[in-house]
Ligand binder design. Structure first.
Ligand SMILES: Nc1nc2c(ncn2[C@@H]2O[C@H](COP(=O)(O)OP(=O)(O)OP(=O)(O)O)[C@@H](O)[C@H]2O)c(=O)[nH]1
Ligand SMILES: [Mg+2]
Length: 363
């Protein structure tokens, strides 16, 4: 053994350091064998449909890959999974940093697995593009859920653009559903356009808030209020209970000023504590009511169809854009043209036209 070459895998022994007795040689061999295998698309699909988490994770990694070699395989896996997806409820959760999203998802997720549901938690976090971290990196907030065999937690994909990150999450939903997850929770932080992206991939959109100093509506974007199917005031515990209930009343009043929703659903407000778990089950009851209403009036199904179309168009937009901006010829002309535009030598519109023409001629 000690003559062995250095190998980066943690499963290999280093010269001079014997493996602890607790490590089974058989298990090591088995894991190493499995790791080396590059399963085919068909094998991945079979694994996913069997509820195999390793296969699911590998397929997600494939979807998240930026290598064009992986794209065809990823698409094949997704296409085969599609007929087995869709049987789920997709819930979006947003709220500013610190509002308690992760803690809420831990409590809510545990409640749902307690009801016999299989819960997948995904995230759209555009900041992970920069920091390479993720809002779900703090898995410690989801200690119990992480251990739950009926839960699957996947941090946000990273990518160059929000559109790219969101698309990968949208595709991951399909994979999770095919693997038997019937409740999909997607967390996002209230940054930029990420809420809009998440809203476009979920059935129910939940806005988490905390009570402020009586000026609840300050600083809250109208667009987010409009998207919300429910506003839940978190941290309604201890000294906060009374304020949380006042905030709830204020939000309720504000929500009534918005025009009626196409879904026929009147957005609700509630207070809860992710820590004491007070009010958590009520959030699920609200979602169930929403589902009964919107499945009854067909809105649920129509919206999913619309969302599918939206993602097709979004992907085209996204890829055209990234193809254009990463084109070396365009990058070169762009630098020169930008200067010309700055100096008023050419109008911004004419310059754009010129660059686009160059690009399409190149294709
Ligand atoms: N008192 C009280 N504290 C809570 C509750 N929910 C979350 N917290 C606390 O609030 C802090 C932030 O909670 P997180 O769950 O990390 O919040 P988050 O929204 O996921 O934050 P980011 O991931 O940074 O966006 C933590 O210290 C939690 O313990 C609650 O219901 N009551
Ligand atoms: Mg968090």
């Amino acid at each position: 053994m000690s003559s062995k070459k250095f190998h980066p895998s943690a499963l290999h022994e280093k010269p001079g350091i014997p493996a602890p007795e607790t490590i089974s040689g058989y298990a090591v061999q088995h894991i190493q064998k499995f790791r080396k295998l590059q399963p085919s698309a068909n094998e991945l699909v079979a694994g996913i449909l069997n509820g195999n988490i390793t296969a699911l994770s590998r397929a997600i990694t494939l979807v998240e890959s930026t290598s064009s070699a992986h794209l065809a395989k990823a698409n094949e896996v997704i296409t085969s999974c599609l007929p087995h997806a869709n049987k789920s409820v997709r819930i979006g959760i947003t709220g500013v940093p610190g509002v308690g999203k992760s803690t809420f998802i831990e409590a809510f997720g545990k409640y749902l697995t307690g009801l016999g549901k299989k819960v997948a938690v995904l995230a759209v976090d555009p900041s992970s593009t920069i920091s390479h971290g993720s809002i779900l990196g703090d898995k410690t907030r989801m200690e119990e859920l992480v251990k739950d065999e009926n839960a699957f937690i996947r941090p946000s994909a990273s990518g160059d653009t929000l559109g790219g990150v969101a698309r990968k999450t949208r595709e991951t939903i399909t994979l999770c559903e095919a693997a038997g997850f019937d409740t999909i929770i997607i967390e996002t932080v209230g940054v930029g356009q990420s809420e809009t992206a998440v809203h476009s991939m979920v059935d129910f959109f939940l806005l988490l808030k905390i009570s402020g100093a009586g000026d609840e509506l300050q600083g809250i974007k109208r667009g987010i209020m409009e998207m919300a199917d429910a506003i839940v005031i978190n941290k309604a515990d201890g000294d906060n209970v009374k304020r949380a209930h006042l905030a709830k009343v204020e939000f309720n009043r504000a929500l009534h000023l918005f025009p009626a929703k196409k879904s026929g659903w009147t957005p609700t407000t509630a207070a809860c504590s992710a820590i004491t778990q007070e009010g958590i089950s009520e959030v699920w009851t609200t979602i169930e009511k929403f589902l009964t209403l919107t499945k009854g009036n067909n809105y649920f199904f129509e919206k999913r169809k619309e969302q599918n179309q939206y993602w097709m168009l979004e992907t085209i937009n996204e890829q055209l854009k990234s193809n254009f901006f990463s084109n070396p010829g365009i990058q070169q002309s762009m630098a020169v043209t930008k200067k010309a535009v700055q100096n008023d030598e050419i109008s911004p519109f004419a310059a754009a036209q010129k660059l686009l023409e160059t690009y399409f001629k190149k294709e």
